[in-house]
Design a protein around this ligand. Structure first.
Ligand code: KG4
Ligand code: ZN
Length: 342
């Protein structure tokens, strides 16, 4: 018997990327992302400007996603959208658009939790990607999130730990700013770090109990370090940029790997699946590969386009929920704070 084709249009607008995707079952037919450049000059996301840009982008982005997928909106089976967590104004644009379109087309509406979507992105069927088997540990690391989750099944997840202050991507970006690198600095720290000595400078690791994280102390210690050294030598940063980046990155990776090792120890689960923009970091990739060889873990990293904020990950959750008929009422509202499993 032929497998029924389910077409999902997915919409993501939780932060500063306006994205729309079309999936046919677990395969991605299109995944369009309009990244908002406006925030660069402010060194971080400005919520009000993000909402306005979503408003401008959403219709063209959806049109492009449908065109690239070669799907007419009449063929769609359902509309999935990010309900939260995220910036309220940004979420409202995607939620309102999704609700109106589902009403107009008389097709089901499916709400998606953005954090669950980062994890379930591993189930997109794409070349070179293998899905983890249950149970596994999911670690989402990006400019907005740092979280370790025990994943028992698609919709049975438990947050084991998360950041108490800055997200890991923010730690990269704020450290980069302190040494004069432009926003977002994470990729530049990574690039410089590859040429430097990770043990050149010592930065303290925070003492946080259990599986929670803290990154704000690291930022402060880098600030004092840079102030102290540039007093002695005004060219200190320029002369030592690769070693500083390598040492900062080393400290951040140590923090992440220590917590992952503790999570594996506490749960006995040796399958680790990571996602989020920081999953692009060459150091974390090398560390995970090393853990496969030395610790016997199995590790998973989705393709980069499914790591950063994107609608394809919302679409895969939409498909999984469609299978279970987990549809959403038109009265649904966006939810800026939306914990996994709530
Ligand atoms: O997932 P993402 O695109 O957006 C959200 O934050 O939701 O993640 C962006 C974050 C930024 O903080 C950026 O600096 C960081 O991911 N990032 C990296 C690298 N590539 C992106 N951090 C370290 N190394 C990288 N190669
Ligand atoms: Zn995200």
């Amino acid at each position: 018997m032929a497998i029924k084709k389910i077409y999902i249009l997915a919409i993501e607008s939780s932060c500063d990327d306006t994205s729309a995707a079309v999936l046919c079952n677990t395969k991605v037919l299109s995944n369009v992302v309009a990244t908002q450049e406006i925030h660069k000059k402010y060194g971080g996301v400005v919520p009000e400007l993000a909402s306005r840009a979503h408003q401008q982008n959403i219709v063209p982005v959806v049109h492009q996603a449908l065109a690239e997928a070669n799907i007419d909106k009449k063929q769609l089976s359902a509309i999935a959208f990010t309900r939260g967590p995220g910036l309220m104004g940004s979420l409202l644009v995607g939620a309102s658009f999704a609700k109106s379109l589902s009403l107009g087309l008389s097709i089901p509406l499916i709400e998606v939790n953005h954090m669950e979507a980062h994890i379930l992105a591993h189930f997109i069927d794409d070349e070179g990607m293998t899905a983890p088997t249950f149970p596994f540990l999911g670690m989402t690391i990006s400019g907005g999130h740092t979280q370790i989750v025990r994943v028992n099944n698609y919709f049975d997840m438990k947050v084991l730990g998360e950041t108490l202050d800055d997200a890991v991507g923010e730690a990269f970006d704020k450290s980069a700013k302190l040494i004069g690198l432009p926003y977002p600095g994470g990729p530049l720290v990574d690039k410089n770090a590859q040429l430097g000595n990770p043990r050149a400078f010592d930065f303290p690791k925070p003492k946080v109990e259990g599986l929670n994280f803290s990154f704000s102390g690291l930022k402060t210690s880098i600030l004092y370090f840079v102030q102290r050294e540039t007093k002695k030598n005004p060219d200190f940063v320029a002369e030592n940029i690769t070693d500083i980046c390598a040492s900062v990155q080393f400290t951040i990776l140590e923090i992440l790997m220590d917590k992952l090792k503790l999570a594996v120890k506490q749960t006995g689960i040796e399958q680790v699946a990571i996602g989020g923009g920081v999953a692009a970091n060459s150091g974390i990739r090398a560390r995970l590969k090393d853990a496969e060889e030395t610790l016997g873990w199995k590790t998973y990293i989705p393709k980069f386009q499914y790591c950063t904020d994107n609608a394809a990950m919302i679409g895969i959750v939409g498909y999984l929920k469609f299978q279970e008929k987990q549809f959403t009422d038109q009265r649904v509202g966006a939810k800026a704070r939306y914990a996994i499993g709530s």
